[in-house]
Design a protein. Structure first.
Length: 589
């Protein structure tokens, strides 16, 4: 299985450095050793999809099946999940699948302050961070919003509530820090790859990865509909709106870290900012859970293609959420603080997802990027749609249960109660399923299993036969490019070589996103210079200085421009395997 950031791993390696995801990478590597990398990847995908449905069903603040099932449908099949699956951001989706459980544990400690509940809440948030570090901020914002709401709703007993909560908050803070110290300390110290990425994220990154608006409905509607992923605008995959023509109507009804931080700049904010819908603008796009920056690349079909009238269905979902809020505030004292807190959190998530894409919110996000170091790690504004999706599932389940309860207490109904209840149940389940139907029917053929060419296996066997293989350079020199053997509608993926070949692979780390600077490393700079100079460069000695003994040239994209390697001094063609050619650097013993 391939995705842009999930390049069909044949081997899932053990973590080479301490990062937030190192424990999860270790677990996947162990599973890969037992059943193989391909099977482990498919198992992860199934666990994500079914896990998201299970946790959202279990966490829904409802007692009957239909409202809880609606929550699961809204959360597990929507434009956010569709876009991230296309882009291969499976670690992010793994954290997304755990997020409802984290919310349930946070709610538990806020309603029943106790040290055990505090420990579980902290551990659940730590698990979310281990799977997807970006979602740690989402969890913390939800916790803060709910705490504020529960405190305010306590009325005259606010100070008593605060006194009961303080010990639990202290226990949770200590446990959370202890459970995440292996990656939070390196970030605070400015070391490790994640801190490097965060520190190098700029305003350009915010713009590049910003949420995108819907062409007709704009940004807010797109975000509310769980659209707006920047990659939707790349054209690499079909927008899920293609499968949900009336999506707005449906919506209205219901170590490495240090490196990432240090390299994230203002340019990143612009490069990865949310994108608007061409007709509706930014806000409608984000409300619809669209706006992912990659949607604008054209690499995949927008889900809007499957939901032509998506704004109508989005409206239905939002109306359901509104009914849930009103019912909780007016009729259910127990759910009142939860509903109000979730509404506040949704507003905050929408503002943050709009990011630098809107002149209204750009100053806020730019200030956060400049003054809150950890915030730079978010970079891709569309990740806040995960929070919107969670809140939709919670509030919509409240609304569905409130409407079902209302039907049961109606006196002298004009129509048989059973008929009305049946229609309501059908609508409550059908609306989110149609809105997210881009994930159904085999994702409409958007993602298909793919096989590596036999020549790649032959090349790997040749490399493995060398007892001292050294490093191997993988060409063409692009971090992301299309591969002919990838059968997805979006065939652009990260280099699959590092997780396919059995030797250390040197590959490009430059995403070539306009406005975003590539990494500044000796490896990257050296090979950049060689590729730029082409036949005029002395490849063998420069590669020898990097410990590169072999060069693999995949017959993809612009591979023909590297034919001069055949005549390079001290470079020998070992063999042309058909889809890939191997060269030997004679200067490396």
């Amino acid at each position: 299985m391939f995705g842009t950031d999930w390049p069909g791993p044949r081997n899932l390696p053990f973590p080479s450095e301490l990062s937030s995801s190192a424990p999860f990478e270790l677990l996947l590597a162990l599973i890969s050793k037992a059943i193989g990398g391909e099977a482990a990847g498919k198992l992860l995908l199934l666990a994500i999809l079914f896990g998201a449905a299970f946790t959202s069903y279990s966490a829904a603040p409802a007692t009957s099946f239909i409202p809880k099932a609606a929550a699961a449908a809204i959360y597990s099949v929507n434009p956010f999940v569709f876009g991230r699956l296309h882009y291969g951001q499976w670690f992010l989706l793994a954290g997304y699948a755990v997020l409802p459980w984290c919310l349930a544990r946070i709610r538990k400690v806020l309603e029943q302050p106790h040290s055990i509940n505090a420990v579980w809440a902290a551990l659940s948030l730590a698990l979310v961070g281990a799977l997807a570090i970006h979602l740690t901020l989402v969890g913390l914002l939800i916790w803060a919003s709910l705490f504020l709401s529960y405190f305010v709703c306590a009325g005259a007993g606010r100070m008593a509530y605060l006194r009961r909560q303080l010990p639990s908050l202290a226990v949770a803070a200590v446990c959370l820090f202890a459970a995440t110290a292996y990656w939070t300390i390196p970030i605070l110290a400015g070391s490790g790859s994640e801190a490097s990425v965060i520190s190098s994220t700029s305003a350009g990154d915010l713009a590049a990865y910003s949420a995108i608006p819907d062409p007709q409905l704009g940004l807010v509607t797109n975000l509310l509909g769980l659209y707006g992923f920047w990659a939707e605008a790349t054209g690499r995959f079909t927008s899920m709106k293609s499968f949900v023509p009336g999506w707005p109507a449906i919506l209205a009804g219901s170590g490495s870290e240090a490196s990432v931080i240090s390299n994230t700049s203002a340019a990143d904010l612009a490069a990865y900012s949310a994108i608007p819908d061409p007709q509706l603008g930014l806000v409608p796009n984000l409300l619809g859970l669209y706006g992912f920056w990659a949607e604008a690349t054209g690499r995949f079909t927008s889900m809007k293609s499957f939901v032509p009238i998506w704004p109508a269905f989005l409206a239905v979902i939002l109306v359901g959420c509104g009914v849930g809020i009103v019912a909780a505030v007016r009729q259910n004292k127990g759910l009142r603080p939860l509903a109000i807190g979730l509404a506040l959190a949704a507003l905050a998530a929408l503002v943050l997802e709009m990011g630098v894409s809107s002149p209204v919110t750009a100053p806020i996000v730019s200030w956060l990027d400049s003054h809150l170091t950890i915030y730079r790690g978010m970079r891709d504004a569309g990740k806040w749609a995960a929070m919107l999706a969670l809140i939709y599932s919670q509030l919509a389940s409240m609304g569905a249960e409130a409407m079902a309860t209302r039907l049961r207490v109606l006196k002298r109904p004009r129509l048989p109660t059973e008929w009305v209840a049946a229609v309501l149940s059908a609508v409550v389940l059908a609306v989110p399923l149609y809105y997210g139907n881009g994930l159904l029917f085999g994702m409409h053929g958007e993602i298909k299993p793919s096989s590596y060419p036999s020549g790649w296996y032959a090349a790997d066997a040749a490399l493995s036969s060398d007892p001292r293989p050294g490093r191997t350079l993988f060409l063409p020199w692009h971090e992301y490019m299309s591969y002919s053997f990838v059968r997805n509608q979006n065939s652009v993926v990260a280099p699959p070589a590092p997780m396919f070949f059995s030797v250390p692979i040197l590959r490009s780390m430059n995403p070539e996103v306009p406005g975003v600077e590539g990494p500044v490393t000796r490896d990257q700079a050296t090979v950049d210079g060689l590729v730029a100079a082409g036949a005029n460069a002395q490849w063998a000695p420069d590669l020898a200085s990097l410990g590169v003994k072999y060069v693999l040239l995949a017959h993809e994209l612009d591979w023909g421009s590297f034919k001069y390697l055949d005549s390079q001094t001290s470079m020998v063609k070992v063999r042309d395997f058909g889809p890939i050619t191997m060269y030997r650097n004679l200067l490396v013993p």
